[in-house]
Design a protein around this ligand. Structure first.
Ligand code: CA
Length: 231
């Protein structure tokens, strides 16, 4: 059930919003104080934030800015004053929508639904892109089919080689120690030896590097580990 946070200091308005949301199958929390509302918005797992502008302690402008610095959660601003919306837009505070009080609760619910749906679509798209295909220069790694292509030519990888390549590719331009790689790919309880990492790196290089003594993709950082070069 999606959870909504209502940051609103007029209790009767907040409760009206909550009642409508609950009828529609949402769970809703009310916070009357701006400063605490901000903390709850950042800590709680909310699908959307309904944010009033005039609030005790931290106002809606500051709350909106602070939430947006840390999170992409949808924010709907509600205010009696239309000028507030211009100000929020002008300051580039990153609100997703604006509603003038008084508004119909049905309209609020409709907008909440559409923003949550839009946000979920965005997030899911990202997850799919991220999980399925990684492209680095001429190298394409498809995680769902577990296939690797180099300039369009498929190359065969063993399970561990593939896992190791994906691990490097998901941590591009970061030095990963042999110990860390071993733990991630073989598991800490595995009886294998850490030298197996170097063996697998060599095999992967033979498959994807034009010149294994001067690798373009997987660099050796002496005394530290390996780094997938993306530049
Ligand atoms: Ca208020």
């Amino acid at each position: 059930m999606p959870k909504v946070l209502i940051i609103e200091d007029e209790q009767s308005i907040a409760e009206l919003e909550r009642d409508y949301l609950e009828i529609e199958g949402f769970e809703a929390d009310i916070e009357l104080n701006g400063r605490i509302g901000l903390q709850r918005a950042l800590q709680g797992n909310y699908a959307i934030i309904i944010l009033d502008v005039m609030l005790p302690e931290t106002d809606g402008f500051e709350t909106c800015r602070a939430i947006r610095n840390r999170s992409n959660v949808p924010i709907i601003i509600v205010s009696a004053k239309k000028e507030d919306f211009d100000k929020i837009r002008g300051l580039g505070l990153g609100a997703d929508d604006y509603m003038t009080k008084p508004f119909s609760p049905a309209e609020l619910v409709a907008r909440i639904k559409s923003h949550i749906a839009r946000y979920n679509r965005l997030v899911n798209q990202k997850v799919v892109d991220y999980h399925e295909e990684i492209k680095i220069k001429g190298l394409v790694i498809n995680k769902s089919s577990r296939r690797v292509y180099l300039y369009g030519q498929e190359i065969q990888f063993t399970t561990k080689e593939f896992d190791l390549l994906v691990y490097l590719a998901e941590n591009p331009d970061r030095v990963l120690s042999k110990e860390l790689i071993f733990e991630k790919i073989w598991g800490i309880d595995n009886l294998g030896e850490i030298a197996t990492v170097a063996v697998h790196i060599r095999r992967i290089r033979e498959k994807i590097e034009e010149d294994t003594s001067n690798p373009e993709y997987i660099e050796t950082i002496w005394g530290a580990g390996y780094r997938l070069n993306i530049s």
